[in-house]
Design a protein around this ligand. Structure first.
Ligand code: HEC
Length: 223
């Protein structure tokens, strides 16, 4: 239970707050380079959405998991305009309405199950907001980094991710297996987005960039 607040993608905020308060102090204090910066968050979200789109419209997922991934993509699309606004707050731009139109078109394409149009729309968004992997890639595969990634994974991640509950609509996938099926930049984006803090960390990712980089190396390398 100690680490149960770490991964809040599934929207289990309320349930996790009590547990999070106790476990927060076990984690490194949020550093300046935390992967919580608005522009990176937005670009990572879009990278994950594109990856989810690909998974949804390929044969990679079972019907149940396809439904879960589609629900997640719809949820991401719903909040995307807010993420865009947050990323742009420093330099407001009239183009925001254009992005809202794009999001609308992707949602309509999803309604029609038009994979090509969904992917085209997500591709445009990804081109407009490229994901900057500085500090995350290349993966840090030095021995000391791999060792600390191993203990980090064991302490905070493995309990949920090692043996995924496949009856769940949105399982905590095995991260080693996931790492074998997607490009490193997408894995980086999934780590930036997939790991969330709690109220105390402002829901930012509690991991340092250097830790994410080492985890990428660890998940890619070890099977
Ligand atoms: C309490 C259980 C739990 C713990 C602990 C946990 N996760 Fe998760 N994680 C989940 C669940 C459930 C999902 C799927 C959420 C979804 O699909 O919306 C997830 C999603 C993710 C994703 C996104 C995968 C994807 O499908 O895009 C990544 C990456 C991830 N977790 C990494 C980690 C790492 C790294 C740790 C440890 C630092 C960790 N998680 C700890 C339950 C957990």
């Amino acid at each position: 239970m100690a680490a149960s607040y770490l991964c809040l993608r599934a929207g289990v905020l309320a349930a996790s707050i009590a547990a999070g308060a106790a476990a927060f102090f076990l984690l490194p204090v949020k550093p300046a380079d935390a992967a919580g910066d608005d522009a990176r968050q937005l670009a990572a979200e879009i990278t994950v959405m594109k990856g989810d789109g690909r998974r949804i419209f390929s044969a990679a997922l079972s019907k149940r998991h396809r439904g879960g991934a589609e629900a997640r993509l719809r949820g991401s699309l719903a909040v995307l305009p807010l993420l865009i606004r947050a990323a742009r707050d420093k330099s407001p731009s009239p183009a925001a309405t254009e992005e809202n139109g794009r999001v609308e078109r992707i949602l309509r394409a999803l309604d029609k199950n038009d994979g090509a149009a969904v992917m085209e729309g997500l591709g445009e968004l990804a081109a407009a907001y490229p994901f900057d992997t500085t500090g995350l890639l290349p993966p840090d595969n030095r021995p000391a980094a791999l060792r600390s990634a191993k203990s980090l994974d064991k302490a905070y991640c493995a309990s949920c991710h090692e043996v995924p509950d496949l009856t769940a609509v949105r399982p905590a996938w095995n991260l080693f297996k996931l790492a074998q099926t997607i490009p490193p930049a997408e894995l980086a984006a999934r780590l930036v987005i997939g790991v969330r803090g709690d109220r105390l960390t402002g829901l930012d990712n509690p991991l340092r960039n250097s830790e994410i980089s080492a985890l990428i190396a660890y998940y890619i390398k070890v099977r």
